[in-house]
Ligand binder design. Structure first.
Ligand code: 16G
Length: 241
């Protein structure tokens, strides 16, 4: 399988072969891959060469190591296009996954100056502060903290937020959601976040802040989300010109 005459380094050829086996489901997510010794016999190369290939696949996130247990195939990341303004519920359903939420807290408070500015409110105006864990097929994907002006949706309650907030805005309130500005940055999960997301410490997460507007230009939510970086990959199509 490894072409020793090829100008491509042997570790690279092994990496590509392991990637292909994962793609063809010969190695499925959660499965352990053969040991270094087995791989070196399989490819007829030294253990050092195999180690290099495996290390590269671990650093690119395709494989992960568990101390004392071995090396496993990581779950495929959810590829989230940075394009349409979709909701978590829609995103998961579109992938054939079952969305669900756990409401961690639902409170009201006068808006802080930062949130008031973003939502074009006075500081005395109250906002709902909602914290939810979002699950796909019962696995935690993200933690969301949402600020919503009370005056826009006075009847909002906990039951509504167990389901889809966007369905409530559009289906029940008959408001059209227009657009949003969104920023993404990297961070390390805190211990509390890691526990809620079922990830170890240290783990990288993606922080996303979205400020969304109704079609009429009125801002209706500020959402600060913490996404599992091992499960999400944001993709965009770009073109020159
Ligand atoms: C997404 C949005 C969030 C929105 C939520 C509504 C991002 C980064 N955030 O999670 O702003 O509030 O969907 O989801 O995409 P829902 O309709 O399922 O409650």
């Amino acid at each position: 399988m490894v072409d020793k005459q090829s100008p491509l380094p042997m570790y690279y050829q092994i990496e590509e072969d392991i990637k292909l086996r994962i793609k063809q489901d010969e190695f499925s997510s959660g499965d352990s891959i053969p040991s270094e010794r087995e791989l070196s016999e399989m490819y007829g190369v030294s253990r050092m060469t195999v180690r290099q290939a495996v290390l590269n696949l671990v650093s690119s996130g395709l494989l992960y190591r568990e101390k004392g247990r071995g090396t496993f195939v990581a779950e495929h990341k959810i590829e989230q296009p940075l394009l349409g303004m979709t909701s978590f519920t829609e995103d998961m359903k579109a992938r054939g996954m079952e969305p669900s939420s756990k409401l961690l807290s639902f409170t009201t408070a006068p808006s802080s100056s930062d949130i008031a500015r973003k939502l074009s409110l006075n500081e005395s105006d109250e906002v709902y502060i909602v914290q939810r864990i979002r699950y796909a097929d019962a696995k935690p994907m993200a933690i969301e903290k949402t600020y919503i002006p009370i005056k826009l949706f006075p009847e909002l309650n906990e039951a509504i937020l167990q389901g889809s907030f966007y369905s409530f805005v559009e289906g029940v309130k008959k408001q059209t959601i227009g657009r949003a500005t969104q920023g993404i940055e990297a961070a390390n999960a805190t211990e509390d976040e890691a526990e809620l997301l079922h990830i170890s410490v240290p783990s990288a997460v993606l922080l996303i802040e979205r400020l969304s507007y109704l079609q009429n230009g009125v801002p209706f939510e500020v959402v600060q989300s913490i996404y599992r970086a091992d499960r999400y990959k944001f993709i965009s199509n770009i073109s020159r010109q």
